[in-house]
Design a protein around this ligand. Structure first.
Ligand code: KG4
Ligand code: ZN
Length: 329
């Protein structure tokens, strides 16, 4: 059974065809990085305009690459939030029009649920229950996932998301957007112990807070006497970020008594985080599931994968579906 997934929640126009919620038949992502990088971050108005230009060719390409027509698709799953409202509107309006005109069932998928289900698109797949860390440009949260549709938030960021902190620190260092991949690369050539930036553990809860870490980097850079190389600043910042994300996940494993963890969202593409999370898993005899890099960042295959379970539950959306910028899981 084929589901066409669509995601336009942020700055990527994405469409994919997935079989039975697990097998990727096609997965197309049109990135807008070139448009936004000169501004050092995403400009929402430019993002939605680009989605309007790209949505039809991207969906067309996904269907062609899958060798499928709309008549082969059992449902269209679209991300309806959270995200940039103008961007979400493009994907939702397009999906609604497609479903209405071709009489195809419509499914609404939460973007965060999509990120969790990116871990079901490759072998081995996690069994329930598991702890899920979502670390991306817009979100950083820990969930306990007992089954499809049963999510309990253990903690979330109180201010900046982890990817947002990467992007802001990159901007402070005069490096490009998105910051995560640039800092990841630079950090591999630096000394993670060069600067002792604060590690915001918030030991009383599973919440995160990264704005202080970002400010510490800013203050450090303002110090005219500094002689540290950008490589060392990047490595020291990344060491704090990874320490906090891994340690908090470790606490969640212990508290919930669950020895399975999924990691998803753009920051899970980070080489140091992937390595350290796996090391922690080995020490704690815990299975760690991290998708391939192209499934960590935004894509529509993850939306189709989650959409499949909504389909099985006959959980369909109406033509009155409206996207929401804020949408808890
Ligand atoms: O999941 P995603 O594509 O979009 C959101 O839902 O936000 O995540 C994008 C974020 C950006 O902040 C980007 O800097 C970060 O993921 N990112 C990384 C890496 N690759 C992407 N952060 C750290 N290391 C990376 N290698
Ligand atoms: Zn995302």
């Amino acid at each position: 059974m084929l589901i066409l997934g669509i995601d336009t929640s942020c700055d990527d126009t994405a469409a994919a065809v997935v079989e039975n919620g697990a097998k990727i038949i096609s997965n197309i992502v049109s990135s807008q990085t070139d448009i936004h990088k000169k501004y050092g971050g995403i400009v929402p108005e430019l993002a939605s305009r680009r989605h309007i230009e790209m949505i039809l060719p991207v969906v067309d390409e996904a269907l062609k690459a899958a060798g499928a027509g709309l008549e082969d698709v059992s449902a269209v799953a679209v991300c309806h939030g959270p995200g940039l409202i103008g961007s979400l509107l493009v994907g939702c309006s397009f999906a609604k029009a497609l479903c209405f005109s071709k009489n195809i069932p419509l499914i609404a998928v939460n973007h965060l649920e999509g990120h969790i289900f990116s871990c079901f698109l490759e072998e081995p797949r996690p069994e329930f229950p598991f702890i899920s860390l979502i670390a991306s440009g817009g979100h950083t949260s820990l969930y306990r996932v007992d089954e499809f549709g049963k999510y309990r938030e253990l903690g979330r960021t109180r201010d900046d998301a982890s990817g947002e902190a990467y992007d802001k620190v990159s901007k402070l260092l005069g490096l490009g957007y998105p910051g995560g991949p640039v800092i990841d690369k630079l950090a591999s050539e630096g000394n993670p112990k060069a600067i002792d930036f604060p590690r915001p553990y918030l030991p009383e809860s599973f919440d995160f807070s990264f704005s202080g870490l970002k400010t510490a980097v800013l203050q450090y850079l303002r110090d005219a006497s500094r002689i540290t190389r950008n490589e060392d600043i990047a490595a020291s910042f990344q060491a704090c970020m990874v320490d906090v994300l891994v340690r908090k996940t470790e606490w969640a494993i212990k508290k919930e008594g669950i020895r399975r963890v999924t990691l998803s969202g753009g920051v899970s593409a980070n080489s140091e985080l992937r390595k350290r999370m796996k090391e922690m898993g080995d020490e704690r005899e815990t299975e760690i599931f991290i998708p391939s890099i192209n499934l960590c960042t935004d894509n529509a295959a993850m939306i189709a994968s989650a959409g499949y379970h909504h389909f099985l539950n006959k959980d369909f959306a109406g033509i009155d579906l409206n996207p929401k910028a804020y949408l808890p899981l």
